[in-house]
Design a protein around this ligand. Structure first.
Ligand code: SF4
Length: 314
C-alpha cells in the first residue's frame, strides 16, 4: 500500500523510505523580504559549510529528486549543482525570485524545471515581495529563460494582496503563454503579523476565482485550507496518487499533498549542512534532524487530523 492510501485507510504510517525529493537551501538569507516568506531572516552565527561532499553523496545514495530552493543562486550554489550533477547524472529543479538565475547561464542545461515567483500584477507583487521593481525583474527573468530555450513556470503565492486583481494577472500570464502553479498563502510563525491571510470565506471565494481562470496547477497542503474548501472539493472526483490526491477541473489540476506525506517523502537540506523534515526546517530551530524516528513521529502526529480530513472528500 502506498503512503497516500495508508493515510486514507489507516491514518498512520509504519515505515519510512528514502526521501523522494529534497529541497536544498544553501543560503541563510535572501535579497528580498517578502511578506509571506516562511523563513526567518537575518540569522547570525550561521556555521558555514565549506565541503558539501557528504551531503551530495547522501543525495546520490537516496536516488532522490533535488530542487535548489534558495534562497538566491550564488557561486557556491552553482558549485553545488555542478557537483551534484556530476555525482548523480541528474538535473535539478530550481526556484528563483528572478534576481539571480540569469547570472549563471553556464548551468541552465542542468535545470529539469525552473520556477520563477510572480505574485500578481506588478503593484501587488511589489507590495507582497517588499521591493519596488521586483515584478519587472521576475518577468525579465522569465523572458531571458525562454530566450535560452527553457520553459519556466510562474509560481504564485495567492493572497489577499493579489486576489483583488487576479483577473488582470491571469490575462497577463495567458498572454505570456507561460505555465502557472499557485498555492494559497500559508500562515506560519515566520510570517505572523506581517502577511494578511484569507478567512475561510475569502479562501473559498479566491479558490473559485482560480478555478474559473486559465489552465494551471493549484497546490494545496494546509489542513486548514482543505477543511475550509471541503464544500467545493467534495464535488470533484479524486485520484489517489503515490504521495498526493489529484483531480482535474476544466483544465485546472488540483493537487493536495497532505503535510504528513510531505514529511514522509520530502526533506530540506539546510545551510548548516543538515537534513530536516520540512516543518522542522522553519525558523532555523534545528532542534531535530530528520532521523527515521523523527520523520515517523511528525508524520503520524499530523496524520491523525489529515486522515479524518481526506476521508471527508476522497
Ligand atoms: S519568499 Fe523567497 S524570495 Fe521572498 S524573502 Fe523568502 S526566500 Fe526570499
Amino acid at each position: 500500500m502506498n503512503y497516500a492510501m495508508e493515510l486514507l485507510e489507516n491514518g498512520q504510517y509504519t515505515n519510512v523510505s528514502n526521501p523522494k525529493y529534497v529541497a536544498v537551501t544553501l543560503e541563510s538569507d535572501c535579497n528580498l523580504f517578502c511578506k509571506h516568506c516562511y523563513w526567518t531572516h537575518n540569522k547570525s552565527n550561521i556555521p558555514e559549510v565549506l565541503d558539501w561532499s557528504s551531503q551530495i553523496q547522501q543525495l546520490v545514495e537516496w536516488d532522490t529528486e533535488v530542487a535548489y530552493a534558495g534562497r538566491t543562486l550564488t557561486e557556491r550554489g552553482v558549485q553545488f549543482i555542478e557537483r551534484y550533477h556530476k555525482a548523480s547524472g541528474k538535473q535539478i529543479g530550481i526556484v528563483d525570485n528572478g534576481y539571480t538565475i540569469l547570472k549563471f547561464p553556464s548551468i541552465m542545461h542542468l535545470y529539469e524545471y525552473v520556477n520563477i515567483s510572480v505574485d500578481g500584477i506588478a503593484r501587488d507583487h511589489d507590495v507582497q515581495r517588499g521591493k519596488k521593481g521586483s515584478c519587472e525583474v521576475a518577468w525579465k527573468a522569465i523572458c531571458g529563460l525562454k530566450q535560452a530555450g527553457l520553459d519556466p513556470i510562474i509560481s504564485t503565492c495567492v493572497s489577499p494582496i493579489n486576489i483583488r486583481n487576479w483577473g488582470a494577472f491571469e490575462e497577463q500570464v495567458c498572454e505570456s503563454d507561460t505555465r502557472m502553479s499557485c498555492t494559497p498563502v500559508l500562515g506560519v510563525k515566520g510570517n505572523k503579523g506581517r502577511m494578511p491571510l484569507f478567512s475561510e470565506t475569502e479562501l473559498r471565494t479566491a479558490f473559485k476565482k482560480l478555478l474559473s481562470g486559465c489552465g494551471k496547477l493549484i497546490k494545496l497542503s494546509d489542513p486548514a485550507h482543505v477543511r475550509a474548501l471541503l464544500p467545493i472539493l467534495r464535488d470533484f472526483t479524486w485520484e489517489v496518487d503515490e504521495v498526493s490526491y489529484e483531480t482535474e477541473v476544466g483544465g485546472v489540476l488540483i493537487s493536495y499533498q497532505p503535510l504528513s506525506l510531505d514529511t514522509l517523502t520530502g526533506r530540506n537540506l539546510s545551510w548548516n549542512g543538515k537534513f530536516y523534515v520540512n516543518v522542522d526546517a522553519d525558523d532555523s530551530l534545528f532542534d531535530f534532524q530528520a532521523t527515521d524516528k523523527r520523520v515517523l513521529e511528525v508524520a503520524n502526529m499530523i496524520a491523525k487530523e489529515e486522515h479524518l480530513l481526506v476521508r471527508e472528500f476522497i
